[in-house]
Design a protein around this ligand. Structure first.
Ligand SMILES: Nc1ncnc2c1ncn2[C@@H]1O[C@H](COP(=O)(O)OP(=O)(O)OP(=O)(O)O)[C@@H](O)[C@H]1O
Length: 847
């Protein structure tokens, strides 16, 4: 990028004088200054008039030039021997063949014959582009770049076309190209001239477009010719790989390509220039619908793992079949079996049960903030002056200041004059904020990784970031994350997206009314827009009873609950404790499954399961991600205290690898709610506006969240990085529509059943069990528990295909008879009998 390095070196050289520090970019902006000036102030009429003239001149010229291609010979003599004046006003009897009349013929002759030849077509093109821009404020191409490329192209092409000119031929390169080639040919001969022109073309293409020659070679399959050479250059493999991945992502994209929007990053506004730039944000242009392409997406999910596993299965040891079956490890199927199963059934498709499921349609979301937002010079200048003035009071001189405009906040980045210590500004940050006196000013001194100071000032006209633009963003659509969450836009208008599976848990805090619920909805909606019900389940805890109830409609698609409950959304504190403990049991079960499958995490496990390398009869199953959303954590801690904190801390510590992720939100981020234990296990934290610096420190370990402006303005911390993001807005009716859309589709028979958890209260009543009334399945059940050495009712439920109540009864009977130990909170009970022989002996004694 020559432009960038250019501007960089210029800035470096000129630390003292501001005038010299203009970058090459700003120069190109200056070239367009007269055009851009037409947008400032009340110049609309002038702008439209100039735009109209440009547009019409472009069209007139285009047709005149086209006509000239056919009439140049007949018109040439008449034009050469007359001036334009004579042609039009004196010698009126002269007839011209050009369809655009004498003016058309004359100007075409001027452009083609006297000047640049065929490349003159670039002129009507430029008039058209600029005319359109002035009329509609819509630049079909970047103006500065188009102008630059066009002018260079005009000259180079004219030289090249001039090579083919002769004295009486069509003026391919105009006089300019012709004269130059005459001179060149006499200097270096025709072949030399041709080589010289080829060199010029090559240099121009490289400088202007920096093409990827390797990609061209691949595109034209020339790589096969160079196959050997490729092998010698190992770094090319990496690039090929990335191409593959990109292709793959595009192939699985559920939104059509023209619906995906790239981020329009805001460019810094430098105050050294006097130009007023109106920053116009386009209304979101997402129109179309996410179509039924969904199946394509999901059928191709994780394709590499699947394909690999099918091809890798070895088939040779057929004669050792029997032997293999006998010694095979219990959990992992023999290669032959996998092979057979794959042949018979193909790969396991977890989505098969709801194969017709469709991802929500993007039309369900509203496009807010469609109107153009303009921040005029006045606001930027006023804020800048205020900042300079206030810093002046504290004797802090500035050598440079620039502004980056975000959706709700503008960042003023200040380079202090040489000799001013950043620590001085840091110490004064409170006073500066007070003097600037605007709500929501946040000072970052210094901006990490830069020697500058940032002052964030709220925009007078904040923009709503709609969830719809976020979902349609290129970043989100092309993400291959496990649980992608798109949250909003950063200060430079960049879409902020992260993988919840990697986070791996999220702590959300914010005073009431600052956008917490909207934020939670944005997270949930992100996942709903990307995942199939087979891939992810939610456990929702909502003590306020109003925030998450909307999601009831997707119970049988996306929710998980305890077996004995009616409502999937948990509002009762007692049930929350049971659910969290049940999740701990699920976690232990999953770890057990992972251990048996000899894999390290959920992704590897599911990949193996899909490849039918794990036997469902041995308890293996496809494991969906489980996202636990707790809307009001403070409430729970107040009512359930340690009882709830313990299982949550346990899940937060251990659940990462097995795909259980927690999102815990609270209004009151005080230390007795967000304890050290909770904090240590939630590295990813989101703070909406909080009421005090102390609260901000509790959640983020630094102040700042108290200075936010509310309405979705938030700070996100992943470890050390702190990013200010404007949360995407998704309103209740939108969430309702999405839930209706999903809820109206075919569903599973019920929500996902979590393992049952027998609370201590229930435990008390189980002591006096009549040992003579043992369940019919008692013996089989005891054998299962002894074999697995795990006293879990959910294991019995799965193995014996019995309901929760019956499994619970059998467990109670076993405890009463001493087959298993007492209840141990979230852990499975201990099995007191070591093997099947001992069990047999024990049961015989009973009978
Ligand atoms: N991202 C956003 N963009 C624009 N406005 C927002 C955004 N988030 C929230 N708001 C505004 O703030 C209001 C309150 O938001 P929300 O209900 O999410 O607050 P809350 O923190 O959950 O409050 P409570 O804790 O009382 O439920 C919304 O009704 C909306 O008008």
């Amino acid at each position: 990028m020559p432009k960038k390095s250019n501007s960089y070196s210029k800035v470096k050289k000129s630390s003292n004088t501001t005038k010299n520090s203009k970058s090459s970019k700003s120069k190109s902006v200056n070239l367009l200054k007269p055009i851009k000036d037409l947008f400032s102030g009340d110049r609309k009429k002038l702008r439209l008039s100039v735009g109209g003239i440009f547009f019409l001149v472009g069209i007139y010229q285009l047709f005149a030039f086209l006509s000239y291609l056919f009439t140049w010979k007949t018109d040439q003599d008449k034009i050469v021997s007359n001036s334009l004046w004579d042609l039009i006003f004196v010698n009126k009897e002269i007839d011209i063949d050009n369809h655009l009349g004498k003016l058309g013929a004359w100007t075409s002759h001027l452009f083609f014959y006297d000047w640049f030849g065929i490349p003159s077509f670039i002129f009507p093109f430029l008039f058209f582009v600029f005319g359109l821009y002035l009329l509609s404020k819509y630049a079909i191409l970047p103006l500065g770049k188009t102008l630059g490329v066009s002018l260079v192209g005009l000259i180079v092409l004219s030289l090249v076309f001039g090579f083919f000119n002769s004295a009486d031929s069509f003026p391919y390169g105009g006089s300019f190209g012709f004269q130059f080639n005459n001179w060149l040919k006499s200097a270096v001969g025709s072949i030399g001239a041709a080589l010289f022109l080829i060199l010029i073309i090559f240099i121009t293409v490289v400088v202007l477009f920096n093409p990827n020659f390797k990609a061209l070679i691949t595109f034209f399959h020339l790589d096969e010719l160079f196959h050997k050479k490729e092998k010698l250059a190992p770094e090319t493999e990496e690039e090929d790989q990335s191409n593959l991945i990109i292709n793959d992502i595009i192939a699985v994209n559920p939104i059509k390509e023209d619906e995906i929007e790239k981020d329009q990053l805001s460019e810094p506004v430098s105050f050294e220039e006097t130009i007023v730039e109106e920053i116009v944000k386009e209304a979101p242009k997402v129109k179309a619908v996410i179509s039924d392409d969904f199946e394509i997406e999901h059928n191709q999910d994780e394709p590499i793992a699947i394909i690999e596993s099918t091809t890798e299965v070895p088939t040779e040891n057929k004669e050792e079949e029997d032997f293999q079956i006998e010694i095979k490890e219990e959990e992992i199927l023999a290669d032959k079996e996998i092979d057979d199963k794959l042949k018979e059934f193909g790969e396991y498709d977890p989505k098969l049960d709801l194969s017709a499921y469709q991802l929500p349609n993007i039309e369900l979301l509203e496009a807010y903030g469609g109107k153009a937002l303009s921040i005029d010079k006045q606001e930027l200048e006023e804020n800048k002056n205020k900042i300079v003035e206030v810093l002046g009071h504290y004797k802090i001189e500035i050598s440079k200041i620039k502004a980056t405009v975000g959706p709700t906040v503008t960042l003023y980045e200040i380079v202090p004059a040489p000799g001013i210590r950043i620590s001085k500004i840091k110490n004064l940050s409170d006073d500066i904020a007070l003097s600037l006196a605007a709500l929501g000013i946040r000072i970052i001194a210094p901006i990490p990784g830069k020697g500058t100071i940032g002052i964030e000032v709220p925009n007078s006209k904040p923009d709503i970031v709609s969830m719809r633009t976020m979902i349609a963003s290129e970043k989100f659509q092309n993400s291959d994350m496990e649980l992608p969450v798109v949250l909003g836009k950063t200060i430079s208008n960049e879409t902020f997206i992260f993988d919840l599976a990697k986070a791996p848990h999220l702590l959300v805090a914010g005073a009431t009314g600052q956008g917490k619920s909207v934020g939670l909805n944005a997270i949930l909606v992100s996942i709903l827009y990307k995942k199939h019900p087979a891939q992810v389940k939610f456990v929702m805890v909502d003590p306020k009873k109003v925030e998450l109830t909307l999601y009831n409609k997707i119970e049988r698609h996306f929710l998980a609950k305890l077996p004995d409950t009616d409502e999937a959304i948990i509002t009762d504190t007692g049930k929350v404790v049971n659910t969290m403990n049940s999740l701990c049991i699920e976690m232990d079960d999953r770890y057990e499954l992972l251990k048996m499958a000899q894999v390290r995490n959920l992704k590897e496990y599911n990949t193996k399961f899909i490849a039918r390398k794990l036997n469902p009869e041995k308890g293996h199953r496809f494991l969906p991600y489980i996202v636990v959303v707790i809307d009001e954590f403070a409430d729970l801690i107040m009512t359930a205290g340690k009882e709830i904190e313990h299982p949550i801390a346990r899940l937060a510590q251990l659940a990462r690898a097995i795909g259980i992720h927690l999102i815990v939100a609270t209004q009151r981020p005080s230390v007795n709610v967000i304890t050290g234990m909770i904090k240590a296990n939630f590295p990813a934290r989101i703070a909406f506006k909080v009421s005090s610096g102390i609260d901000s420190k509790t959640i983020l370990d630094s102040t700042g969240a108290d200075q936010l402006i509310g309405r979705g303005d938030m700070l996100i911390s992943f470890g050390n990085d702190l990013t200010r993001v404007q949360c995407a807005f998704v309103d209740t009716p939108e969430v309702e529509r999405i839930c209706d859309f999903i809820g109206n589709q075919r569903a599973y028979p019920s929500a996902l059943m979590l393992p049952e958890y027998v609370g201590e209260n229930e435990e008390g009543g189980n002591k006096d069990i009549d040992i003579d009334e043992r369940d019919d399945l008692f013996r089989t059940a005891a054998e299962i528990l002894v074999t697995h050495q795990q006293g879990s009712a959910s294991l019995l439920q799965r193995k014996l295909k019995i309901g929760y109540n019956r499994a619970g009864r059998i467990i109670d009977q076993m405890e009463a008879l001493g087959v298993i130990g007492p209840f141990k909170g979230s852990k499975a009970r201990e099995v007191l009998i070591s093997d099947l022989v001992a069990l047999e002996h024990f049961l015989n004694n009973l009978d």
